[in-house]
Design a protein around this ligand. Sequence first.
Ligand SMILES: CC(C)(COP(=O)(O)OP(=O)(O)OC[C@H]1O[C@@H](n2cnc3c(N)ncnc32)[C@H](O)[C@@H]1OP(=O)(O)O)[C@@H](O)C(=O)NCCC(=O)NCCS
Length: 333
Amino acid sequence: MTQSYKAGIIGVGSVLPEKRLTNSQLECMVETSDEWIIKRTGIKERRIIDETVPLYKMAAIAATRAIEDAGLQPSDIDLIIATTVTPDYITPSLSCLVQKEIEAANAVAFDVSAACTGFIFALQTARQFIENRTYKNILIVSAEALSRATDYKDRKTCVLFGDGAGAAVLGTVEDGTGIESTIIGSIGSKGDVLTLPFLYTNQADIQNRNEGKTQVIWMDGSEVFTFASRIMGKVCQNVADNVGVTMDDIAYIVPHQANMRILQNAAKRLNISMDRIYSNLENTGNISSASIPVCIDEMHSKGLIKKGDKIIIVGFGGGLTYGASLLTWSKDD
Ligand SMILES: CC(C)(COP(=O)(O)OP(=O)(O)OC[C@H]1O[C@@H](n2cnc3c(N)ncnc32)[C@H](O)[C@@H]1OP(=O)(O)O)[C@@H](O)C(=O)NCCC(=O)NCCS
């Protein structure tokens, strides 16, 4: 039998912080209500990282779980790709910090920056290295501490975001399974509708934020909402068309968890029922690039996806960026 060089997910892991921030707690912080937040977003609570814990520690927990789930040791990992919009440091990168923490001494490590679509961009990058036989085992770790970049005086954003980390190990999988089709895209010309400045800020960045506090997320919510609702349905349909399957062949769509109404709009466009759109938004809020791998790990733990099932993961976010990948699940239960 010839060796397959098809790339697929062979291990998953995730972690959410213990501390919860509920809608009723937010009612005491800004002028909002539990009813408004649930009706307009679907979110009830988010998890918040302890202020003494660096992001890379949380990322390392998710990474270790994914490596164990793959039946590997950290020393087996050839490449680590990390994604985050809230790194502890610009340098060392999150991937290098995770490498040190988990003692993956044989790995090359770098970060990919694509905001909430980061996991899909990393997956597409990792896939190339496996299929061209450069690397065998690749760890993708997506970790976010959005509570550190949220203005808790801005009711338009502070109700949305939470913290968490998810990871996946990619390796070679049986033919007929693995990553079937991926699309990634960027619309840099529209990037100013969702920003998180770092070392440089322009006048618009300052004007958009409260009290000149610039290192926080600002968003034109309705622009992002319209973009996300349209792109999610379109890109899911495109990856399915590329493989020649219909939505009836898809066990689950696993979207970036931003707003329940975005997921409902996309479900309507795709003519697919909401029970095939996985969501944990109610309990996590939006955890940017970590949301998709956290969902995949939850679904795997709950036994919702079986070997041979087709799923579409789909993301959208800052940049603007978007992407989707159709996978045939390769793992046994
Ligand atoms: C942010 C978001 C929830 C706002 O919901 P919306 O229905 O579009 O609400 P709008 O922004 O139109 O605001 C409607 C009103 O609600 C108010 N409002 C906004 N946030 C509120 C809150 N937390 N509580 C109560 N009222 C709120 C607004 O101030 C506005 O009041 P006004 O009409 O008096 O000015 C929604 O736009 C959204 O989810 N956008 C996409 C966000 C996203 O996915 N971002 C990440 C992408 S990765």
